[in-house]
Design a protein around this ligand. Structure first.
Ligand code: ITT
Length: 205
């Protein structure tokens, strides 16, 4: 079978493939449907944006669609960038530009009191998933999160986005230093996927 994920983020696609390929599901993304228009993500919550994406693409294709809206919430800057995580340094910004902007902002905050400490603020990754089936209008939502710290010493080549800056004290590693498998076990996306699977099973009983 196939699973359509309403995303243009290659990092997300890789993580969904890692989970669903062993189950015999081929993951299709918006790279496979280039004619579909971009969805405007103007919701104020992750869940709202996830539903906008699954609904727009699901209705356009007439097939069940999974969507992921996610981001990084940093405590020292009042939870930003939050739902603006993908475009923090501007529309179409690269991961590196977003990461640099975040580090600069946090370094500026502690100007004058150089602590020499690499850990700049507590933070969390949040992931909202929405599974929408246009055949019956059913929508399932699940949210996952993971707590960590923003480090001024980026590390790791895995993952995507803010992963090199997201330090996990219990692993003494950043998210980008984990394997796909390890990230899946602890990440906001992994948690949301497990919750969604449970909800899906319950809804089919
Ligand atoms: P789609 O909307 O096409 O799925 P996007 O990248 O625009 O792709 P979002 O609007 O959900 O997706 O923004 C999510 C951003 O949050 C993403 O671009 C990263 O910067 C960050 N992010 C989300 N999950 C992450 C993860 O697991 N690791 C690192 N950064 C993550």
């Amino acid at each position: 079978g196939i699973l359509i994920v309403a995303t243009k983020n290659k990092g997300k696609v890789r993580e969904f493939q890692h989970v669903f390929a062993p189950l015999g599901l081929e993951v299709k993304s918006m790279f496979d449907y280039p004619a579909l228009p971009d969805v405007v993500e103007d919701g104020v919550t992750f869940a709202e944006n996830a539903l906008k994406k699954s609904k727009a693409v699901g209705d356009a294709l007439g097939l069940p669609v999974l969507a992921d809206d996610s981001g990084l919430c940093v405590d020292a800057i009042d939870g930003r960038p939050g739902v603006y995580s993908a475009r923090y340094a501007g529309e179409g910004a690269e991961d590196g530009e977003n990461n640099l902007k975040l580090l600069n902002e946090l370094e500026e905050l502690k100007q004058g009191e150089d602590t020499g400490q690499p850990l700049l603020s507590t933070a969390r990754f949040v992931c909202a998933l929405s599974l929408y089936d246009p055949a019956n209008g059913q929508e399932l939502t699940a949210e996952g999160r993971v707590e960590g710290w923003i480090t001024s010493e980026p590390a790791g080549g895995g993952g995507f986005g803010y992963d090199p800056l997201f330090y996990l004290p219990e692993f003494e590693k950043t998210m980008a230093e984990l394997t796909l498998e390890e990230k899946q076990q602890i990440s906001h996306r992994g948690m949301a996927l497990r919750l969604l699977t449970e909800k899906l099973a319950a809804s089919r009983q």
